[in-house]
Design a binder for this molecule. Structure first.
Ligand code: HEC
Ligand code: HEC
Length: 373
């Protein structure tokens, strides 16, 4: 069967399923006006057979409620209902929906003075699976949200390179393992802007293993973000030095790792190629990196060059994950190593746009740069 005829049949079934209820209800209304005796008899009969959480609503409100649920989740009736009976509880999604309806009623009663503040749409927003990580840009939810993403279907896997191929190509693209190993420090300078505002001078000093100081020269004074391999802190022109939250340290360590291409396989217990995706005008391969504990990391490699185009990482919080997206662009070679000169660091509420103008490999970096002061 062609895809199109399959689609048409599916659509017809969905419409049929919907009409199966809308139509009788409509006809029922007509009959009501014509023969009131008949209508009274009908009203006395329970129209629905298996209502548990919506049993107290007027019967004519059930279908609108079902339409609201379908619209909120972006699904058709058959997402929850089997073909031969709306009253049957065969589909787990119907039973989940029942729990959800109860939850919604309880939430609104207990937390919002009985007002209908929270609805299915508040969480679902047109999707069966609500997203729980704030979006960096609102195109698509993160792979990390989709629990089955780590186990893509065999179909999605065809035509994809293996994890080893991706890492090997990445190492080769950056300059090869010996050249990467050879870099013990890097001094970069350029400009940074925050969203649409003006640009300020920035310096990034990195030293193996995993030490980095990022200093921005603001009119009011320097602000720096430092990680010494274990601990991190943030120093601003005014105010005391603040510790970097533990949740951000893992991510900062990744940024500071000059040997990241050869360390990535050691740093994560599981690496999986998930799918290809378009990132601006590049075909990218998404590699999903996880550890038993700690949030996952999404790495997007240019399918053509093998270089890293984007990383998406998450910092744990008691209420949910905080995302950071870093886009890498404008790669140039310095002492045999490819270094991105354009970095865009995006969080849901702010963006750092870094343009590097100078990169020096293995130039001396004073230990004192990483000392807490
Ligand atoms: C997300 C799941 C979900 C979707 C989608 C959904 N329903 Fe339901 N439906 C339910 C649940 C749950 C109940 C039972 C409510 C209760 O227990 O009070 C129900 C009950 C019903 C009943 C009452 C059956 C009976 O006799 O007990 C009808 C009729 C019905 N739905 C029609 C529809 C129609 C028509 C659509 C599409 C427009 C639809 N539903 C979409 C979850 C869903
Ligand atoms: C407070 C947030 C919230 C509200 C409100 C909410 N849901 Fe959900 N719902 C979720 C979350 C989170 C999940 C995913 C749970 C999981 O993945 O295990 C979910 C899952 C579901 C699923 C299972 C989807 C699947 O793929 O099987 C159904 C069905 C569902 N909700 C229906 C509803 C309906 C109907 C309403 C309104 C009556 C509703 N939900 C209101 C948060 C919410």
């Amino acid at each position: 069967m062609s895809n199109q005829s399959r689609r048409i049949i599916r659509a017809a079934r969905v419409v049929g399923l919907t009409l199966a209820w809308i139509l009788p209800l409509f006809l029922c209304g007509v009959g009501l006006r014509e023969t009131s005796v008949n209508a009274q008899e009908k009203a006395a009969q329970p129209r629905f057979k298996n209502l548990q959480v919506l049993k107290d609503i007027p019967p004519d409100q059930l279908i609108p409620a079902m339409q609201f649920i379908s619209a909120s989740l972006g699904v058709e009736c058959e997402f929850c209902h089997v073909h031969d009976g709306f009253d049957k509880d065969d589909k787990p999604s119907k039973q989940t929906a029942r729990r959800m309806i109860q939850m919604m009623f309880t939430l609104d009663a207990d937390q919002f003075h009985g007002e209908r503040a929270v609805t299915c749409y508040t969480c679902h927003r047109g999707s069966a699976k609500p997203v729980s990580i704030p979006m960096v840009d609102s195109t698509a939810p993160y792979v990390s949200e989709v629990r089955s993403a780590a186990n893509p279907t065999p179909q999605a896997r065809t035509n994809l390179p293996s994890t080893d191929d991706v890492i090997e190509k990445y190492i080769g693209a950056v300059g090869g393992a010996p050249a990467i190993q050879n870099v013990s420090s890097r001094v970069e300078s350029g400009t940074v802007s925050f969203g649409v505002g003006p640009s300020f001078p920035i310096e990034i000093l990195s030293k193996s293993p995993s030490r980095q100081a990022m200093i921005v020269h603001l009119p009011a004074g320097d602000t720096s973000t430092v990680i010494d391999g274990q601990n991190g802190w943030i120093r601003s022109p005014a105010g005391p030095v603040r510790d970097m939250p533990q949740a951000d340290i893992e991510g900062a360590k990744l940024d500071a790792d000059l040997q990241f291409p050869i360390n990535v396989e050691k740093a994560f217990q599981q690496l999986k190629v998930i799918r290809t995706e378009r990132i601006s005008d590049h075909d990218a391969i998404l590699l999903f990196a996880t550890n038993a504990s700690g949030p996952p990391l999404e790495l997007y490699f240019d399918r053509e060059t093998g270089l890293l185009l984007r990383q998406l990482r998450f910092a744990s919080s008691p209420l949910g994950l905080n995302p950071t997206q870093i886009d890498y662009d404008d790669y140039k070679t310095f002492d045999g190593i490819q270094v991105p000169l354009h970095l865009v660091i995006t969080r849901p509420n702010r963006t750092l746009n870094i343009h590097l103008l100078q990169v020096k490999q293995n130039s001396p970096v004073d230990e004192a740069e990483f000392a807490r002061r």
